[in-house]
Design a protein around this ligand. Sequence first.
Ligand SMILES: *Cc1c(COP(=O)(O)O)cnc(C)c1O
Length: 421
Amino acid sequence: MHHFAYKDGVLHAENVSLEVISSGVGTPFYCYSHATLTRHYKVFANAFAGARTLICYSVKANSNLAVLRTLAQSGSGMDVVSEGELRRARAAGVAPEKIVFSGVGKTKAEMVFALSEGIYAFNVESQGELAALSAVAAAGGHLARIAIRVNPDIDPKTHKKISTGKGGDKFGVPFSQARELYAQAAALPGIQVRGVHMHIGSQITDLKPFADAFALMRELAGQLREDGQTIEFINFGGGLGVPYRGDEDIPPHPDEYAKIVLGAAQDMNVRLLFEPGRMIAANAGILVARVLYTKAGADKTFVIIDAAMNDLLRPTLYEAWHEIWPLREALKEHPVVTTDVVGPVCETGDYLALERELPPFGAGDLMAVMTAGAYGAVLSSTYNTRPLIPEVMVRDGQYAVIRPRPSYDELLARDRVPDWL
Ligand SMILES: *Cc1c(COP(=O)(O)O)cnc(C)c1O
């Protein structure tokens, strides 16, 4: 559920008209709903009420400081995948003991910084990383609390570019090697084994892969305790899907997901860690764009808008589907036309929707690309020297720009021309 709805015929974010924001900020822009972000966090947290948990919002889904601050104020911890994200989480006011650090390629410099901050745990993804972390921690007189990310070789039945827990994916350590690597970890200076970790993929809408993976984690945690390891937590990762298309691929409710987790953790006396990203942020954001031109093709209409693949890459990168709503509700009463919604970027792959039955948009009309709050702004670029688009947050009846649109001068000033040219 989200807080974008028509009021008096105009699409609103909570109690602010998106037409008002469009006039104030200019298009295109991202708009996030504070109430939706906090609601999603609460729904997830409430599903585990009474259990010992640490919910670490996955910063890479949407890393704007205002979004992080919103979630931090709700009580969320953070899952980071780089020093930059760790710095963002800290700047947003997240306590280090609520931060976990994932990723296959942490550098030693990043490890030094995370150790000096005193984060809760590292999710270690290889033997090489384990050795590096041990060396860095021991040299600095630190103890690195770790979980090893285990690849359970389970097909999460999602898009191939967002599967992370199959045998051939680059993430984690094969299940069959995990126990041996844990034994090595226990013998290394500067390392404290504290938990087990998995994350099998994203936009998962089927409970079965979760259930299979969680059962394996339970088994592994039990074996590790028999080996004499200290297992204080199981980190179940993220991956819960969201409904991008009203009627298809409906993800399970967090309550159903929680039942599976609580079953797998029963009698284990562990703290439950989670890293949800998409399910917190996706529905809490939209992209608002204006139609520049329309063009009649042979059997469809091209609607050319001022947003493009550099602003929202998901359709091009993941063949993702985003619903498109007109800002004016009245447009929905007209007969639909088969439409490609495309941007100004010089790439055939530059589209936000292909062959959609959409209302007859005309030049100047505004549209909202829905469910764009996760893996939207964070994946944007300045391709074609298009300035990054602004991000706006709405809270009830007020809005604020939480990342302004850079000027062309600022954009060009990032380059340097050597004096020998
Ligand atoms: C990306 C990522 C997540 C978040 O995944 P969602 O599908 O957005 O919930 C969680 N954990 C790790 C390790 C990740 O890389």
